[in-house]
Design a binder for this molecule. Structure first.
Ligand code: HEC
Length: 361
């Protein structure tokens, strides 16, 4: 046997060995955007950029009973036929403990939009829906996984339009409960979101306490402004959103935007060629110089002081608080009407596979 035939036989044996294992290949993964992770934030600090998870489960949207309906979409600014599922139905699949009152929607671009999902007013005003498909015109058939990109309005050429991969959040209103009345008209996180990748459940008090790094009045005002205007896109020390730069790592933003005025110009204006350069941060013209100065004070505090770790009264695992820790005052329970809004329902019954509603005639 010469060298080339022996090499050939080695290749042939390899093929023979590999062929049967190909038949045992794992079932094909769900198409992009069909699967969403539901998880409960665990106690402690993030490691390698990932928050600790106390619980996690994956949901294949295509295995849920999807419905077809014509809905107004605040992001596209008009109505379209959509196929999908109410967000509240997906949230209840995890059966969140009564203490969890925040559902943080994490998007593929790194945005994190918190929803106080037990607040009936918020949920009815936004009526959030996860779409898996849409029809562009009213009479069009629904195309699964296809959502047109959204270029920036004022741009001649947009290097980075908002593009979707397989799903889209549809909300009925641009409004968000974290925004002050003044800001509602000028800014909406919903106009910047792309596709949903995961939903984090947390207790809002300890979640927001993580960003609370100083009692000074200006720092507190900066923190409030962060929650109103920046938290959807920015985080600090790997906690929170990661669409824009982290405010502390690797570079503390208070040193990058040294002077407070400098931060004001960055926040309130944007370069005329921002879209062409692929810059994604919107101009926030509602920010005053004084607002920006307060945000800068908070940026400095969060970069120079340790952030409190996320801790819950139940220790994240439903266990009692270990002895030795200072007894925390008992927070008031959730309002009865909000608690009634979302009864935790355990997914006891397996769902019918591919229960997709056929398009209505
Ligand atoms: C809709 C998302 C979004 C919001 C809201 C947002 N940012 Fe940004 N920000 C970004 C993105 C994305 C970048 C990275 C550069 C870019 O693409 O524009 C960025 C960059 C930055 C930078 C670093 C770049 C530079 O030139 O200084 C700072 C500082 C900053 N943002 C501060 C803020 C502050 C303060 C707020 C709140 C008042 C805020 N951002 C709100 C998305 C956002």
């Amino acid at each position: 046997m010469n060298q080339s035939t022996s090499r050939l036989s080695v290749v042939a044996t390899g093929v023979l060995i590999l062929a049967p294992s190909g038949l045992l290949a794992a079932p094909t993964p769900p198409p992009p955007g069909a699967e969403i992770e539901l998880w409960v934030r665990g106690e402690g600090k993030p490691t390698d950029g990932d928050a600790p998870r106390e619980r996690s489960q994956h949901v294949d949207l295509d295995k849920l009973p999807l419905v077809d309906m014509v809905r107004f979409d605040a992001q596209y600014g008009r109505a379209h036929p959509y196929r999908g599922v109410a967000l509240s139905a997906v949230l209840s699949r995890l059966g969140p403990a009564a203490s969890l009152d925040l559902a943080i929607l994490h998007f593929a671009n790194g945005m994190a939009v918190p929803l106080p999902f037990r607040d009936a007013e918020t949920m009815s005003r936004l009526d959030p829906f996860i779409a898996r498909g849409m029809g562009v015109e009213a009479k069009d058939p629904i195309q699964v996984g296809a959502f047109p990109s959204i270029p920036k309005q004022d741009a001649r050429a947009d290097a980075r339009p908002i593009a979707f991969t397989g799903n889209k959040i549809v909300v009925a209103d641009k409004w968000h409960p974290a925004l002050s009345d003044k800001v509602q008209a000028a800014f909406s996180p919903w106009t910047h979101t792309d596709s949903l990748v995961s939903i984090e459940f947390a207790e809002s008090k300890p979640y927001y306490r993580q960003f609370d790094v100083g009692a000074d009045a200006k720092v507190q005002r900066g923190l409030a402004l962060f929650q109103q205007s920046c938290q959807f896109c920015h985080g600090a020390r790997q906690t929170g959103a990661r669409f824009g730069w982290d405010f502390v790592e690797p570079m503390p933003m208070y040193t990058y935007r040294k002077a407070q005025m400098n931060l004001f110009y960055h926040v309130a204006y944007k370069p005329l060629d921002a879209a062409e350069r692929g810059l994604m941060m919107p101009a926030m013209r509602f920010m005053t110089e004084d607002d920006a100065a307060a945000v800068w004070q908070w940026l400095r505090a969060v970069a120079t002081k340790p952030m409190p770790a996320y801790t819950t009264k139940t220790g994240g695992k439903g266990t009692a608080q270990p002895p030795g820790k200072a007894a925390a005052p008992t927070p008031p329970g959730p309002p009865a009407k909000a608690a009634a809004l979302m009864q935790p329902t355990q997914p006891t019954q397996p769902l019918k596979p591919a229960a997709m509603t056929p398009p209505k005639p």
